[in-house]
Write a protein that binds this ligand. Structure first.
Ligand SMILES: Nc1nc2c(ncn2[C@@H]2O[C@H](COP(=O)(O)OP(=O)(O)OP(=O)(O)O)[C@@H](O)[C@H]2O)c(=O)[nH]1
Ligand SMILES: [Mg+2]
Length: 377
């Protein structure tokens, strides 16, 4: 009975998707024509920064090995850089003179992590993203420790965080998953949905309307591209996950900035196998504000929150108001971030010493420049 109901549900979604796709493909033809700078997300701050500089503004939509693709009111163009394409990321605002980038403008937000691999390097993921949707599923992918990492990355970047819980169709009641997600940070909002259902995916439209940029991050197979397809009217490949452990197959292999049907921008990203942080001390403190607020109330400044008298953290655990597991996760993340940050700083100094570092020029100098190869994992 349940099987028959779910088959008919899948058929209904599939029919609705087909109808919607036909309409969308028709509408899409107009999406990238007659764009204004405001449509692309341009702001007063960037206009001031660009004043008197050589070149016209464009927004980076793809980063290739040796060039960039950028969008402007004139359309899409291939651009070359003098400091290496790896110094740029999807979402960046740049000025270009002909086919040449003359300046990268400061980043309002900058999403970065420690690059995968043995070398301590910082990898840029995207820039000028307003909202970071951390996508996970109501299944074995849901993992508090991993979500806290993503939330710290969002807080460090300066993005509004969302946790999108896909595959809500596979559980009897998704409200418990939303509650679990929302306890992980005071600022986060959880949204449970069936990403295959176009109407459900529309729940994300408010975050990618005119002038707004939304990025999707998360493990492989959680449904990021399924959401992107609905939100942008595209038809990128999606593939089923492995039965045993709910893991995906790393279908998406590059990041790109796409126009949404709601009139804003969406950045889909390849699934991450692991997320290691670097330079994320402030982000971690923001996500673990409950722990750091308690730590500030300890009797001793250098309290290790173990057996010291007057330890407010241990007192909260004894009272049952702080989950001891959360303290363990906070300690682990702080330590890992400190080691990674030191490693990246050493590596940066070393490459600078040998003259290998190539940093993009910034007028205001707020962005830290890319560091680390733009490989996907
Ligand atoms: N039942 C169900 N299946 C879903 C949902 N969202 C996605 N899927 C399926 O999960 C599989 C993986 O979806 P994708 O959109 O390719 O996942 P992804 O996050 O883009 O994966 P990568 O590109 O590998 O990072 C596909 O078979 C989707 O149809 C959902 O909400 N419910
Ligand atoms: Mg994908």
């Amino acid at each position: 009975m349940a099987d028959r109901r779910s088959a008919s549900n899948a058929r209904r979604i599939s029919r609705r998707r087909m109808r919607r796709r036909e309409c969308l493909l028709h509408e899409r033809a107009d999406l990238l024509t007659d764009l204004t700078l405001a449509d692309l997300g341009w702001s007063e701050a960037w206009a001031r920064e660009a004043e008197g500089e050589d070149g016209t503004p464009a927004r980076v939509s793809e980063v290739r090995r040796d060039h960039l693709i950028a969008l402007s009111p004139g359309g899409s163009a291939e651009l070359t850089t003098s400091d290496g394409a790896g110094q740029y990321c999807v979402g960046d605002w740049i000025l270009a003179h002909g086919p040449r980038v003359t300046l990268r403008l400061s980043r309002e937000t900058e999403i970065a992590r420690r690059a995968a691999g043995p070398q301590a390097m910082r990898q840029l993921i995207a820039a000028n993203v307003d909202t970071l949707a951390i996508v996970t599923s109501c299944n074995a992918d849901f993992n508090e420790a991993r979500l806290e990492r993503y939330l710290a990355m969002a807080a460090q970047a300066g993005c509004v965080p969302l946790i999108v819980l896909t595959k809500a169709d596979g559980v009897a009641d998704a409200t418990d998953w939303v509650r679990r997600a929302e306890t992980l940070s005071p600022e986060v909002r959880g949204i449970a949905l069936d990403a295959r259902d176009a109407d459900a995916a529309d729940a994300l439209a408010p975050w990618c309307g005119p002038g707004r940029t939304l990025a999707l991050v998360g493990s492989s197979g959680v449904g990021k591209t399924t959401l992107q397809n609905h939100l942008t009217g595209t038809d990128e490949a999606v593939r089923g996950i492995r039965e045993g452990d709910a893991r995906g197959r790393h279908t998406t292999t590059a990041r790109s900035l796409r126009r949404t049907l709601a009139g804003g921008w969406l950045i889909d990203t390849p699934g991450m196998r692991e997320l290691a942080l670097t330079d994320a001390g402030d982000g971690i403190a923001a996500v673990f504000a409950d722990v750091t607020d308690l730590a500030a109330a300890c009797r001793f400044n250098d309290c290790a929150h173990e057996v010291e008298p007057g330890c407010a953290v241990q007192a909260a655990i004894a009272e049952g108001t702080l989950d001891p597991e959360r303290l363990v996760r906070w300690r682990k993340l702080v330590r890992e971030d400190r080691i990674a940050t030191e490693g990246v700083a050493v590596m940066r100094a070393r490459t600078r010493g040998t003259g290998k570092a190539a940093h993009a020029s910034t007028k205001r100098g707020r962005g830290r420049g890319g560091f680390g190869d733009d490989f996907e994992d």
